[in-house]
Design a protein around this ligand. Structure first.
Ligand code: PLP
Length: 380
């Protein structure tokens, strides 16, 4: 008999694990599987972390984080995202993903329903299932835009929240202000909370970012330092929302986290003083990959933001078959099933450098031109 809790049945990180294994097996892998930006943490941020250590700023901070950092985040949310927000309504967490679990623990009871758009960032449904909530999936195929009538139709008297992620992982879809206003109006009508994960807000091309929290007060806005500041390993994120909810999360933080890393928080404060300008560089990579994929015959939906493109595998290959074919050519992709209940797609990440993207495009052209596997050949 196993000692492991049944809760773990909801997690299957096998596809990510396999991508990492392939990376180590291949002599010179072309890695489009990673969900991290190519930049390194900036020198001034590293220096601020080192200074914090040297100046013994290494004890617990308040459970909700350093006041200066919360104040800087609140200012940013007011100035850039048009939220109504004070430092007290912000809480610092050790990464957005841990923050999501805290939000769920604070708000969801077993049997509560939560609406998640498919494809999704895997923790949205799986953490909710783990704590006994019921996940209602709404497919966003084929455009990766949420279908508003489907949202309405899926609401019951147990529905508590809708999770939104724009720009989106894994599709790169960006939801327009119009769409977000409609979602806000549905949420208001049914008294639902909205969780808005905006971690890719600065990776956006040709369309503007809109924060649903600016028009709908029952929004929990989540963000973090991992992507914009290339600080994935520092583990620093934040949550802003209605005071009652932030207070409940802070209560949990006291028992679950004690405090986020003081060193990361001091580094984060320095990070916010010099915002990196990534849009031009990432737009170049985005435009290159989109153009090349279209030339190979791929139909691109989404891909207005983040650094991901989610494409359908050619020849009706399954996502795993396509990822396997790709790895035969040294190219590492994550099969779409890691992000979706719909099969047949793969995620390409252009977080990586231009040279890798150029190699990836050459490999993809060869893989795409391969004949279909025997099981899909029409023998008539
Ligand atoms: N949210 C989304 C949509 C992501 O894609 C990721 C990472 O890939 C995260 C959150 C992770 O954020 P953090 O590093 O702050 O936990």
């Amino acid at each position: 008999m196993s000692f492991i809790s049944n809760r773990l049945q909801y997690f299957d990180s096998g596809d990510f694990q396999r991508a990492i294994e392939k990376q180590s097996e291949l002599a010179d892998p072309i890695d489009l599987s990673i969900g991290i930006p190519e930049e390194l943490t900036a020198e001034h941020i590293k220096a601020a972390g080192i200074r914090a250590i040297q100046q013994d700023k290494t004890s617990y901070t308040p459970a909700n984080g350093l006041l200066d950092l919360r104040a800087a985040i609140a200012r940013k949310l007011v100035d850039e995202n048009n939220l109504s927000c004070s430092a007290a309504a912000v809480t610092i967490v050790p990464g957005l993903t841990t923050g999501l679990l805290l939000v769920y623990l604070a708000l969801l009871d077993p049997g509560d329903e939560i609406i998640v758009f498919d494809p999704y960032y895997p923790p949205y449904p799986h953490l909710a299932s783990m704590i006994g909530a019921h996940v209602v999936y709404i497919s966003t195929l084929p455009t990766f835009q949420p279908d508003l009538p489907s949202i309405e139709a899926s609401i019951t008297d147990r529905t508590k929240m809708i999770v939104i992620n724009s720009p989106n992982n894994p599709t790169g879809a960006v939801y327009s202000e119009k769409t977000l206003r409609k979602i806000a109006s549905i949420a208001e009508q049914h008294n639902l909370l909205v969780i808005s994960d905006e971690i890719y807000e600065h990776f956006i091309y040709d369309v503007p970012h809109f924060s649903i929290g600016s028009i709908y007060p029952n929004t929990i806005t989540m963000n973090g330092f991992s992507k914009e500041y290339a600080m994935t390993g520092w583990r620093l994120g934040y949550i802003a929302g209605p005071q009652e909810i932030i207070d409940a999360i802070n209560q949990l933080q006291q028992y679950v986290v004690m405090s986020s890393s003081s060193i990361a928080q001091h580094a984060g404060l320095s990070a916010m003083e010099h915002r990196p300008q990534l849009t031009v560089k990432y737009k170049q990579k985005h435009d290159f990959l989109v153009k090349e994929l279209q030339a190979m015959g791929y139909v691109i939906h989404g891909a207005q933001g983040a650094f991901y493109i989610f494409v359908k595998a050619p020849h009706d290959l399954t996502d795993v078959e396509f990822a396997d074919r790709a790895s035969d050519y040294g190219l590492i992709l994550v099969p779409g099933r890691a992000f979706s209940r719909l099969h047949g797609y793969v995620r390409l990440s252009y977080g990586t450098d231009m040279e890798t993207l150029e190699r990836a495009v050459k490999a993809l052209a060869k893989i795409t031109a391969l004949p279909p596997p025997s099981h899909v050949v029409n023998l008539e």
